[in-house]
Unconditional design. Structure first.
Lengths: 266, 187, 343
């Protein structure tokens, strides 16, 4: 499968996590604010967060969850703060947020685990901690995951060079990927993939030889989406996929978001 | 006699000069590598060959500059790009088949709790044997960000450095990365 | 080259490491990493090992070097002026070569220390350690009183040349004087390059030291060849570096002129046989008298004197006025055609 770059969106400042909602609007977390870009890539709105924002996600009801250090702030679609979930232990450094059925999931990089909360903020269980190394192996300091349509949580485990998927209760179901410094189907370097997104396949980003790839759910490489537009010093490039299978990737050095579209051969 | 007088004058000048210089004395200064400037360490230089001027220029037979792993900053990765040559073929253990260091100076040992079912999924400590290392910088280049975490840097080792007035590496280094520091500030 | 000082030194280093807290901030590094797993995260009783931070050579060992320098000069003075023994002086020469040359690898040396002194005087920000100042001043002070005792059996560069002197020829005086000016040129250049600002500063004496490659047992090929050439030439022209190139020699020579004591050829019409003048390989005997500024303290003159050691001669020496040798009490006897030390 081939992809081509269709857009470059200027991040208007620092960029960390991104999320795409059902209308194609792009939310970006960076510095101490959340930025909202419309479908054409123009900055529509920005509002501050009380702590540096590391991750952002949009719930089905339109609420915007911002992951920060020690807390999650929940805003409405217009940027008004609704709630704050603060927990210095469980939400030490929230680098990814997702939703699975009725639960809210937060990736805590400080403890190398994914936390599961119910809708009101009650902690339910950990995901990814039930192994001998006591968590996900993340030397890059970022926990990233995505939730598939069936509710399974696909988490990037960069130290093991694979993407693992769990039930919301924390049980490991399977994994794809392996280390390979030569074969493009493998993940190279010390710790890749750094970030993951899921729609009709598994999308990963890697550092050091930055590239974006797509796999099917059996682990076969579908496409190397892009390598060249990225600054070679990029690391922890957040990725999101919208309902039209457009892939959004953050360039952490150029501070821009690249948008790629599958080339449909008629 | 005038010779006595001249001698005493010269002695006084020497003594005065010595006192002046002793008053200025402020401890020893030593050479150290500034990792922010070293090609092997700093961001931005990608796809270049590791610079080994520290190995070739040092006047000591085996260079006084060695690679040092700052353990608290090491990622303890299973596949360490400084230990393994990650562009070599993968063996049946899922590891690259070749090691990177030409002098085999890096040792790898598992730490923490070892996963009995899959030892590859574990933390590993990477220890550089300084007696074997010659400061060629290959591991430093691979460990630096973004490929690694940059915990390995080249450093001057003071039990081997003869502390020349003008370090011959400093004369050759294209980035002026060799700097002089008071011994209390160098590491 | 005993290992004991190194063992003691290393033990002191360990004690110092334990005693000092936070021994160093490393030089700050771009994009500092705080994501590496720490001990509590790794678990299993793991403790982060300490990174070795070896300290440079202990201060007290550097002081020992200075004391050794002073002691060696004292021994040199005593051996040449009192004992007049070439055998013991050769032993001292070999000892100095072994310690200051091959063990300390020729660094720090008084010749090079003059550059540090010059820089310290010119650059207010430059700090010169006390031991370097002492290394510079001590041989000059000794020279003020006893002549170039440093050159005789203490200086490692001199020692290595001293040991290869085979069949020295007497260099004609005019040529000797002319070549001797080269050392002032070198001195001037060394000072000129030392006073430049820090990044362009060049320590010429260190860089062009012909013998340091032998001391370190490694070096650039062209410098090793140069050193070898000096040694080969040195077999026939005594100590060419010391007489014609050494920048420190200029300073020592000025001080030696003012010395109270030193090598003395006693003036006496009946005793002037000229054997000492033939024996001196360094052109330091002119008109049958010792030229203090050129005398390199090798004691060959004493060794060649047929009357040296005789009690009568010794009494004769002591009874004469303090021999600076400026008043010739007799005309020197003309010698053979070898152009001796006579003009």
């Amino acid at each position: 499968m081939q992809y081509r770059q269709v857009q470059t969106i200027d991040g208007k400042g620092a960029l960390r996590g991104i999320a795409v909602d059902s209308r194609g609007q792009l939310y970006a977390a960076g510095d101490s604010e959340i930025k909202l870009f419309d479908a054409a890539g123009r900055l529509k709105q920005r509002w501050p967060t009380s702590r540096p924002a590391l991750a952002v996600a949009v719930a089905r009801d339109g609420a915007v969850y911002a992951g920060e250090m020690g807390q999650i702030e929940i805003f409405d679609g217009a940027g008004k703060l609704l709630r704050t979930w603060r927990d210095e232990t469980l939400l030490g450094r929230v680098t990814a947020i997702g939703f699975s059925k009725d639960s809210v999931l937060a990736g805590d990089a400080a403890d190398r685990a994914i936390r599961r909360f119910d809708g009101s903020g009650e902690f339910l269980n950990n995901i990814g901690k039930d192994n001998p190394v006591n968590g996900l192996l993340i030397p890059n300091g970022v926990v990233d995951f995505a939730v598939a349509r069936n509710g399974a949580i696909y988490a990037a485990n960069p130290g093991k060079h694979r993407v693992e998927w769990y039930t919301p209760g924390g049980e490991l179901l399977g994994h794809i990927g392996r280390f390979d410094g030569i074969d493009p189907a493998g993940f190279t370097g010390c710790c890749n993939p750094t970030n993951v997104a899921v729609r009709d396949g598994i999308y990963t980003t890697e550092k050091a030889g930055p590239r974006v790839k797509a796999y099917d759910f059996s682990g076969n490489l579908l496409a190397v989406i892009a390598t060249h537009p990225f600054n070679p010093n990029c690391k922890n490039m957040s990725i999101a996929v919208d309902s039209h299978n457009r892939v959004y990737v953050v360039d952490t050095e150029k501070l821009a978001i690249f948008v790629f579209e599958p080339v449909t051969t008629v | 006699m005038s010779q006595d007088l001249t001698r005493r004058t010269v002695l006084a000048v020497l003594a005065g000069g010595a006192v002046f210089l002793v008053k200025k004395a402020n401890g020893q200064i030593v050479w150290q590598v500034n990792a922010a400037r070293c090609i092997n360490s700093r961001l931005g230089e990608v796809g270049v060959e590791a610079c080994n001027l520290c190995t070739t220029e040092c006047v000591v037979a085996l260079s006084a500059v060695r690679a040092v792993n700052e353990y608290s900053k090491c990622g303890r990765c299973n596949i360490c790009p400084a230990y393994f040559n990650i562009t070599s073929a993968v063996n049946e253990l899922g590891q690259p088949s070749e090691k990177l260091c030409p002098r085999d100076a890096i040792a790898r040992k598992p730490i923490g709790k070892v996963d009995p079912e899959d030892p590859a999924n574990n933390f590993y400590e990477y220890i550089i044997d300084e007696e074997k290392c010659d400061g060629c910088g290959k591991c430093v280049m691979k460990c630096k960000e973004p490929l690694g975490l940059g915990s390995i840097t080249l450093r001057v080792r003071y039990d081997k450095c003869v502390n020349c007035n003008r370090c011959s590496i400093s004369r050759a280094c294209p980035q002026n990365a060799l700097v002089q520091l008071p011994v209390g500030q160098a590491s | 080259m005993s290992r004991l000082p190194q063992v003691i030194g290393r033990a002191c280093v360990l004690l110092a490491l334990l005693a000092q807290t936070a021994l160093a901030q490393a030089i700050p590094y771009q994009r500092p990493v705080d994501t590496a797993p720490q001990a509590d995260s790794i678990g299993g009783g793991y403790k982060v090992p300490a990174v070795q931070k070896p300290l440079p050579r202990d201060y007290w060992l550097q002081v020992v070097d200075v004391v050794a320098l002073a002691a060696a000069m004292g021994v040199s003075v005593w051996l040449v002026l009192r004992r007049r023994s070439r055998r013991w002086l050769t032993a001292l020469t070999i000892g100095s070569l072994a310690y200051f040359g091959f063990y300390r690898e020729g660094c720090i040396c008084p010749i090079g220390s003059l550059q540090n002194v010059v820089v310290a005087l010119a650059d207010p920000k430059y700090s010169i350690p006390m031991v370097v100042t002492a290394t510079f001043v001590l041989p000059l002070v000794v020279a003020l009183y006893f002549g170039r005792a440093f050159c005789g059996g203490v200086c490692a560069l001199g020692a290595i040349q001293e040991l290869v002197v085979l069949k020295p020829v007497q260099v004609p005086r005019r040529l000797d004087r002319a070549l001797g000016l080269l050392k002032y040129v070198y001195l001037g250049l060394a000072i000129l390059f030392a006073v430049k600002p820090a990044l362009t500063r060049d320590f010429l004496i260190c860089r062009f030291d012909p013998f340091v490659g032998f001391f370190r047992r490694t070096g650039a090929p062209h410098m090793l060849i140069l050193g070898g050439a000096f040694l080969v030439v040195g077999m026939f022209v005594g100590r060419p570096y010391c007489r014609y190139l050494c920048p420190y020699a200029g300073l020592l020579a000025w001080c030696a002129r003012l010395a109270r004591r030193g090598v003395t050829i006693t003036p006496n019409k009946e005793l002037d046989c000229g054997l000492c003048a033939e024996a001196c390989p360094y052109g330091a005997i002119e008109k049958m008298r010792a030229v203090r500024r050129n005398c390199l303290y090798c004691a060959r003159c004493y060794a060649s004197c047929p009357r040296d050691g005789e009690l009568a001669h010794a009494k004769l020496v002591r009874s004469l006025p303090d021999g600076r040798g400026s008043e010739a009490l007799s005309e020197p006897r003309p010698l053979g055609s070898e152009g001796g030390a006579a003009s």
